[in-house]
Write a protein that binds this ligand. Structure first.
Ligand SMILES: Cc1cc2nc3c(=O)[nH]c(=O)nc-3n(C[C@H](O)[C@H](O)[C@H](O)COP(=O)(O)O)c2cc1C
Length: 216
């Protein structure tokens, strides 16, 4: 009888041990799978974040992305900066958009070929991609790279900005972009990415990056 009790106890104990081991094995392999998936898009790939920002809203989103994915970050600057006056810049941009003028860039990017993934950040200007971003896309060969656009605007949306990125970089893979409401310079509202707004955007950016498998 004593022998039978000991035997049953040993059987129960070894089943419990076996179950625990298989569970931890499946947990480990789930974590490994998740890492492999993330590694593929993040660790093995070099990231560049290029942004254009006049009143720093898009810059703030670029910084949030940078904090989460790392890489190098570059602001686009022009050889001839735009006027400070809002009405003047609106007129100049409208003129550049209708003539197709591409403003020369002061910013030079060293060895763009080293980057696999390029985040492109810009405000909506005249419901279009700002001319300096068009200059950037025309100037650099981004074929074979992954482009991830992000945008801020005054509440009228992305316009045709994301579409223009796709059309101007036809040999790149353009992933789903991120957009949020920024300033309304026309009404004197400049920088808004602080306090609750910044925290909200940080959460939204994290969700978006996770969906794109840029973070685990
Ligand atoms: C020249 C110019 C044109 C703009 N056109 C638009 C527009 O068509 N639609 C819109 O929603 N916001 C428009 N805006 C507002 C900006 O997109 C918005 O303020 C954005 O958050 C600014 O980003 P930044 O702070 O990074 O410069 C315009 C701003 C400027 C300066």
């Amino acid at each position: 009888m004593k022998y039978l009790i000991t035997l049953s106890f040993l059987i129960v104990l070894s089943s419990a041990l076996f179950a625990a081991c298989s569970k931890s094995k499946s947990n480990t392999s789930a974590i490994k799978d998740q890492l492999a998936e993330t590694n593929d898009s993040l660790i093995n790939k070099k990231v560049l974040i290029v942004y254009l920002s006049r009143t720093n809203n898009t810059k703030a989103v670029a910084q949030i992305i940078h904090k989460k994915v790392g890489g190098d970050m570059v602001a686009l600057e022009l050889v001839n900066p735009y006027p400070q006056d809002y009405k003047k810049i609106v007129d100049q941009v409208s003129n550049e958009n209708s003539t197709g003028f591409l403003p020369p860039l002061k910013t030079k990017i060293d060895k763009i070929s080293q980057y696999d993934t390029i985040f492109l950040g810009f405000p909506t200007w005249g419901m279009q991609l700002p001319p300096p971003m068009k200059s950037f896309l025309k100037q650099y060969d981004l074929s074979g790279k992954t482009i991830i656009p992000f945008n801020t605007n005054a509440g009228y949306g992305i316009g045709n900005t994301f579409q223009t990125v796709k059309e101007t970089a036809p040999k790149s893979t353009v992933l789903e972009g991120f957009s949020t409401k920024g300033g309304i310079e026309r009404d004197g509202v400049m920088f808004v990415m602080e306090g609750n707004k910044e925290r909200e955007v940080a959460v939204q950016v994290e969700t978006w990056l996770r969906k794109l498998k840029m973070i685990p």
